[in-house]
Write a protein that binds this ligand. Structure first.
Ligand code: SAH
Ligand code: MG
Length: 210
């Protein structure tokens, strides 16, 4: 019998109660389970821990799965600001963060992330870790805003940069696909960044701001 490489890797890890609760909560609330893949969730924890980041910004909260992974990487002081369009999603995410014992580490800002980012910039806020995972059409704007809010050395991560095969299918030319292609090109070529793009799962871009 042959299982997939991803299934094999998952089988090595114990069930994670806090993350399993998020998955169950998404189903119970009729929300889509488009949380970050388990392996990349673990990578988010590692990247936060390895970078020593303490001011985290997430764009797209859903049910709090990636929020839990990000906050788990914090050492001591530090917190997460999470931008989410839908108030009921932010409420579900907050409940899952609370249940994981991390509720006091996160602040949700409800509304279109583009407006929230402008307000954060006007307020002079800066961050040292960004997780971009909201509407794909917004990715190029989110990248520029992240660079504008970044402290030197800040980490920028972008999820789903392969769009389940659409990114590499040249018959697909819709606005999300085109936006993600420009995001990927910018990640790879912007001289302000050092980056890599991992093609596993649904693709993950990782960069630091020089
Ligand atoms: N990061 C989450 C998954 C996010 S799914 C995780 O891995 O657990 C994408 C989320 O982005 C959804 O919750 C959706 O409501 C939100 N979203 C979509 N468009 C948005 C926008 N313009 N501004 C802020 N959030 C948005
Ligand atoms: Mg995602």
């Amino acid at each position: 019998m042959k299982i997939s490489d991803e299934q094999y890797v998952e089988s090595l890890y114990m069930e994670d109660d806090d993350l399993a609760r998020v998955k169950a909560g998404l189903a119970a609330h009729g929300m889509p389970d488009i949380s970050v893949h388990d392996g990349y969730g673990r990578l988010l924890t590692l990247l936060v821990a390895m970078s020593g980041a303490s001011r985290l910004l997430e764009i797209g909260a859903l049910g709090g799965y990636s929020g839990i992974c990000l906050v788990r990487g914090l050492k001591g002081e530090g917190s997460l600001v999470s931008l989410e369009l839908l108030p009921n999603y932010a409420e579900v995410a907050q409940a899952h963060m609370n249940a994981a014992g991390l509720g006091d580490k996160v602040t949700y800002i409800i509304g279109d992330a583009k407006e929230s980012l402008t307000k954060l910039k006007e307020a002079g806020r800066t961050f040292d870790f960004f997780f971009i995972d909201a509407d794909k059409e917004g990715y190029p704007v989110y990248l520029n805003e992240a660079i504008a809010l970044a402290e030197p050395g800040a980490v920028i991560v972008g999820d789903n940069i392969l769009l389940r095969g659409r990114t590499t299918n040249m018959d697909k030319q819709g606005p999300s696909v085109q936006a993600v292609r420009s995001f990927n090109e910018a990640i790879a070529s912007d001289e302000r960044l050092i980056s890599t793009i991992l093609p596993g799962y649904d693709g993950l871009a990782i960069a630091i701001v020089k």
